[in-house]
Every structure is written in structure tokens, then in C-alpha cells.
Design a protein around this ligand. Structure first.
Ligand code: PGA
Length: 261
């Protein structure tokens, strides 16, 4: 259960799914029922091409709309502008109403070769543009089975967040997503998740201070579904969820969000 100083945050990572009409319909369904998850911050992260349509459906002005549901990007480039064909800049995400941006998702790391150094540059660019980064970390199955979960996650957290001042660190969200749990239906046990979340909070404390670390929201991600969300939500250091597959259905997404309320 999130400490009172941390408002639970449940984000839907739609990945490369839906079309414009479905994106608008899902947005309207979530925004219209936001009250079901009172006290929980909801974030929708559509494909970048549909961010404007989702912003319109949310009635966003300056990142805030009547429903309180926020908009997020799934990725961005670390440069402000320039000759980077096919890329999206932090300022562009801000411009269309995004408040959040997912950075360092394991699919970006494994399929597109993103390194901790690149994630670090993106985190800095996102913060400079006024976006809140949702920084993803997590070990592979092989790394867990060889007992390297702690060292892998520690390295990712320390390298992805290197050189960020404590006051800025206080604004970020960290998502722990074990790679073996993403899209596989294999969820980490609440104890496995809580252990890594506690480790991440201890690392954040080292990077900032115990006071700042106590305010940073940590999401769990990886096959979160309505039927396992409550057990995860009950853990001390789990303050929300980053939801992939189940975020494509308003009923499932809202049921997960309610578990964190
Ligand atoms: P999943 O994806 O919920 O479909 O496992 C989570 C994520 O990749 O953020």
C-alpha cells in the first residue's frame, strides 16, 4: 500500500496497438469512469501518432483535463530537435499535452538496443522539458535464475539516474518490470516484487535522501491483471502499476486502478 505521501499511479502502456478510433473510444471510456478509481492517478500512453487524438478526447489543456487522466509518451529522443528521422522530442510530447513519458522500457532496451547511458540522457532531457519520466528497469529470466537480479537492477537504476539532482529525482517515477513477466502471463510474486521495490527505494535514497526517496512512486509492471493487482497493491513499496495488455480494455484497466485506490 502506498504511503500517504505517494499518490498511487497506474499507467496504461498501449505499445503499438489500437487505431485512432479505438484509441479515442478507450480514452473516452477510461476518462468517463475515472471516478471509479478515485485517489489514483491514471495515465494513458498511446502510440505517439495518436497522442493528440487522446489529448483531445481527454480535453487536455496544459496537460490537465476535466477527468484528471494524464497523457504520457512511450519513448522520446534525447535531443530537442534536429535531423533524427522518425524520432519524437520531449518538447513535442509536452506540446500535445503529455505530462509523463515512459523511458528505458525493456522492449526499447532489448529490441532497439537502448543503453543505460541513452536512458540517462533521455531522463535528463525529459526533466528539462517539464515531463515526468517513468523510468523502467528489470532483469531477464536468465539474470534472475543466475541470482543477478539485485546487481542488474542496481546497475540500471544507478546508471539511468546518474547525475540527476535530488530535487529532480523527487519528480520521477520508477517502474520495476521483470522482463520475464512482460506479456507472458507470469507475474512476479508480491514478495519478489516488494523485495526489488525495497532495493530500488534504498538506491534512490542513496542517490538523493531518505526523505526524497520516501516520496518517489514505484510502479510494478509485468502481466498485471485485475486478479493479481490487489496482492501487488498491498505491498509497502508498490505505489502503482505500469500495465500493458490489460490496459487495452477499460474494464480491466479500471479494475487494476481500483485495486490501488
Ligand atoms: P504487460 O506489459 O502488462 O502486457 O505484461 C507491461 C509493460 O510492458 O509495460
Amino acid at each position: 500500500m502506498a504511503a500517504p505521501s505517494r499518490k498511487p499511479i497506474v499507467a496504461g502502456n498501449w505499445k503499438m496497438n489500437l487505431d485512432g478510433a479505438k484509441a479515442r473510444a478507450l480514452t473516452a471510456a477510461v476518462a468517463g469512469r475515472q471516478a471509479e478509481a478515485a485517489g489514483v492517478e491514471l495515465v494513458l500512453c498511446p502510440p505517439a501518432l495518436y497522442a493528440s487524438a487522446v489529448a483531445d478526447a481527454l480535453g487536455l489543456k496544459g496537460g490537465v483535463g476535466p477527468s484528471g487522466v494524464a497523457l504520457g509518451g512511450q519513448n522520446m529522443h534525447d535531443k530537442q530537435s534536429g535531423a533524427y528521422t522518425g524520432e519524437v522530442a520531449a518538447g513535442m510530447l509536452r506540446d500535445v499535452g503529455c505530462r509523463y513519458v515512459i523511458l528505458g522500457h525493456s522492449e526499447r532496451r532489448s529490441l532497439f538496443g537502448e543503453t543505460d547511458g541513452q536512458v540517462n540522457a533521455k531522463v535528463k532531457a525529459a526533466l528539462a522539458a517539464g515531463l515526468v519520466p517513468i523510468v523502467c528497469v528489470g532483469e531477464s529470466l536468465q539474470e534472475r535464475e543466475s541470482g543477478r537480479t539485485e546487481s542488474v537492477v542496481s546497475e540500471q537504476v544507478l546508471a539511468s539516474l546518474a547525475g540527476i539532482p535530488a530535487v529532480e529525482l523527487g519528480r520521477i517515477v520508477v517502474a520495476y518490470e521483470p522482463v520475464w513477466a512482460i506479456g507472458t502471463g507470469k507475474v512476479a510474486t508480491p514478495q519478489q516484487a516488494q523485495d526489488v521495490h525495497a532495493l530500488i527505494r534504498a538506491l534512490l535514497s542513496r542517490l538523493s535522501s531518505p526523505e526524497v526517496a520516501a516520496t518517489i512512486r514505484l510502479q510494478y509492471g509485468g502481466s498485471v491483471k485485475p486478479d493479481n493487482a490487489a496482492d501487488l497493491a498491498a505491498c509497502t513499496d508498490i505505489d502503482g502499476a505500469l500495465v500493458g495488455g490489460a490496459s487495452l480494455q477499460a474494464d480491466d484497466f479500471l479494475a487494476i486502478a481500483r485495486a490501488f485506490g
